[in-house]
Design a protein. Structure first.
Length: 358
């Protein structure tokens, strides 16, 4: 097993780090408020970064998202790539790939997914002739929905459907969430949709399971970046801040707290890398995706809380950059399932596999 990033993956991540470092500054994020950074998204698209994941795979996307998380960049990179680029590339029909991928990889189409907390939403699909349907139902919160052009929606049978946000019968209402992800409520009333690829295989997780696993792994990579960025701020703060005549990082309790946060961050990173590598290699990544997501939820929460505490009173300042990391970390910890839910899913998966082996 070797999930060391390739030269191409490292190059894409290095370019992403430069762009995010230059463009996603605390001052710019403050000016944006809760809006998506459309100018930064255009820059990323012109640099070819959303399209690069067709070559660098899910691990390449995880590396890009790690850089995005360091600066809490407000761009729909995770959503567009997980629910758009990778989903269409892996499960779309030849016609869908030819029609949608150029715009998804070029940044002309922003995609997202209505996957809730990892369970299919209460959406009903009424089939028509061929791979089309009309969908009715509501998804209370969909990240990046207000800036999306395309939504991937699973129905109660876990079939995946593509909808345009400007289609008749589709209503989008902005919703405030913990992190400023341009989220919205999706209301569907007999809205036209097309199935993503062929009908799902009744045996195995199928497209739904693969896309959900990809999204969870991608979010784990994003959480690794959020935690790494937060921890870097804590290191700088405790080195510069003095108390009783010496810097805060001279105190053993501070060092131990920061060291624990570092180990948690590394655990999130390595489990995300392994899960992404296994998915790219076709080795089966279902339990590894849940493991990475669990670390992102549980350890991610510990890290952002620890970093906020290490900042003392500044950590409670809503305008301080570290507070943004706290909000993102909390959002990522529950966005596709809480730690308890993920652990339950993992236990059920391992139990089912054990019964089949017996």
């Amino acid at each position: 097993m070797d999930f060391t990033p390739t030269r191409e993956q490292r190059a894409a991540a290095g370019l992403a780090g430069e762009i995010f470092g230059d463009r996603s500054t605390p001052e710019r994020l403050t000016a944006l408020g809760t809006d998506a950074d459309t100018a930064l998204w255009k820059t990323l698209s012109q640099a070819g970064l959303p399209g690069s994941v067709t070559e660098t795979g899910l691990l390449g996307l995880v590396l890009l998202l790690e850089e995005a998380g360091r600066t809490t960049a407000q761009v729909p990179l995770a959503a567009t790539c997980a629910y758009g680029v990778l989903a269409v590339a892996a499960h779309g029909s030849p016609e869908q790939r030819a029609r949608l991928l150029p715009d998804l990889t070029g940044g002309a189409l922003v995609a997202t997914g209505a996957f809730g907390t990892g369970e299919p939403p209460a959406v009903r699909a009424t089939r028509a002739a061929g791979p089309t349907a009309h969908m009715t139902g509501t998804v209370p919160v969909v990240p990046w929905l207000t800036c999306a052009d395309l939504v991937l929606v699973p129905d109660a049978d876990r079939e995946l459907w593509l909808l345009r946000t400007d289609a008749p019968g589709v209503a989008v209402t902005p919703v405030a969430t913990t992190a400023p992800w341009s989220a919205g409520r999706l209301d569907l009333t007999d809205a036209p949709a097309e199935r993503l690829g062929a009908a799902p295989d009744p045996v195995g997780p199928g497209p739904y399971g693969d896309v959900l696993a990809c999204a969870r792994i991608a979010h784990a990579g994003l959480q690794a970046g959020v935690c790494a960025g937060a921890l870097a701020r804590a290191v700088a703060h405790t080195a510069e801040r003095h108390q009783f005549g010496k810097p805060l990082d001279a105190h053993q309790a501070v060092l131990v707290r920061a060291a624990d946060a570092h180990l948690d961050t590394e655990a999130i990173r390595v489990t995300a890398y392994e899960a992404a590598w296994r998915r790219d290699a076709g080795r089966g990544a279902a339990p590894h995706a849940l493991t990475a997501a669990w670390w992102a939820a549980e350890a991610g929460t510990r890290v952002v809380h620890a970093v906020q505490h290490l900042h003392g009173g500044l950590g409670a300042d809503l305008g301080h950059p570290v507070h943004r990391h706290f909000l993102w970390g909390r959002q990522l910890a529950t966005d596709l399932g809480s730690g308890a839910q993920l652990l339950e899913e993992l236990g059920q998966l391992l139990t089912d596999d054990g019964e089949e082996a017996a």
